[in-house]
Ligand binder design. Structure first.
Ligand code: ADP
Ligand code: MG
Length: 236
C-alpha cells in the first residue's frame, strides 16, 4: 500500500491510531529509517515469517486499539527458535485479549531482534500556536524521569538538527563512553530532517513517536513507530 492508501484505510475505518506495521510502512516510504516489520495473522505465518527474516526475532501485538504494547504483555524479545516464536504468538494474544477484551487485534508483528545500540527517542507533536514540533531525547527509564529532551519547530534545517542533539544533557552518552561505540550523529540528524519533512508534507498527521530508535556507530534505525492522525481526518 502507498502512504496515502494506509492513511485512507485508517480514516475509512474511523480510527486515528496507525499500528506499528502501518506506521513503519508509511514512514519507510518517506525515507525514514525503520526496521522491516511484517504482520502475521496465524501462528504458522509468524513462524514462516521468522524463518524468512532470520532468528532471533521479536513478536509484538498488532492492534490499533493498543498504544503501549509492552504494558499489555504484547512484546516478546529475543526469540531464538520456531518453538519460542509459536509459544510467543499464543502468549501475546492471550495476554492482550485478557487485558483488552474489547480490542480489535490484527495479529502479531514479526521483526528482527536488533543488536543493542544507544536508545534515543524522536517525536513530533503539534503546538496549538506554533504547529508541528520535533522532540529529541535519550531513551530509557532515566530520561522518562529526567525529561532530558530538546524541541525545535518544523521545518528543521541541518543546524537545528545538530543543535537539538547536542543540547540534551545526556549528549556524552552519544559520544561514546566506557568503551561504548560512539553513535552516528549525522544519521540521527538525517532522521530528524526526514521526520521534519514528513510532518511538513502531511498535515493530517497529528503525532509521530519513534521510541526507541537504536543509534549505532554506523546508522540509526527505529524499532518502534507510532503515527496518530488528526481527529478531523477521521471525521471526513
Ligand atoms: P511499546 O513501546 O509499545 O511498549 P516497543 O515496540 O517499543 O513497545 O518495545 C518495547 C521495548 O522492546 C523497546 O523499548 C525496545 O527496548 C525493545 N525492542 C522493541 N523492538 C525491538 C527490536 N526489533 N529489537 C530489539 N529490541 C526491541
Ligand atoms: Mg516503544
Amino acid at each position: 500500500m502507498t502512504g496515502s492508501q494506509i492513511i485512507d484505510k485508517a480514516i475509512a475505518e474511523g480510527r486515528i491510531l496507525l499500528t506499528e506495521v502501518e506506521s513503519k510502512a508509511l514512514l519507510k516510504q518517506a525515507g525514514i529509517s525503520v526496521n522491516d516489520t511484517r504482520l502475521a495473522t496465524s501462528k504458522e505465518e509468524a513462524i514462516n515469517l521468522s524463518k524468512q527474516i532470520g532468528l532471533p526475532v521479536v513478536l509484538k501485538v498488532a492492534s490499533s486499539d493498543i498504544v503501549h504494547k509492552s504494558d499489555a504483555g504484547g512484546v516478546k524479545l529475543g526469540l531464538n527458535s520456531v518453538e519460542q516464536v509459536g509459544a510467543a504468538y499464543e502468549e501475546i494474544l492471550q495476554a492482550t485479549r485478557k487485558q483488552y477484551p474489547e480490542a480489535k487485534i490484527d495479529g502479531v508483528a514479526v521483526q528482527k531482534m536488533a543488536r543493542p545500540g544507544v536508545e534515543v527517542i524522536i517525536g513530533m507533536t503539534k503546538d496549538d500556536q506554533f504547529g508541528p514540533m520535533l522532540m529529541f531525547g535519550l531513551g530509557g527509564i532515566l530520561v522518562e524521569i529526567m525529561k532530558d529532551v530538546s524541541f525545535r519547530l518544523v521545518p528543521l534545517n541541518r543546524l537545528d538538527a545538530r543543535e537539538m542533539i547536542q543540547e540534551i544533557k545526556g549528549y556524552p552518552a552519544l559520544e561514546g563512553h566506557r568503551g561504548q561505540e560512539p553513535s552516528d550523529i549525522s544519521a540521527l540528524e538525517e532522521l530528524l530532517l526526514k521526520v521534519s519533512d514528513f510532518a511538513n508534507r502531511n498535515p493530517q498527521v497529528r503525532e509521530i513517536d519513534l521510541n526507541p530508535v537504536f543509534a549505532y556507530k554506523n546508522g540509526a534505525i527505529a524499532v518502534d513507530a507510532r503515527v496518530i492522525l488528526e481527529n478531523k481526518a477521521a471525521q471526513i
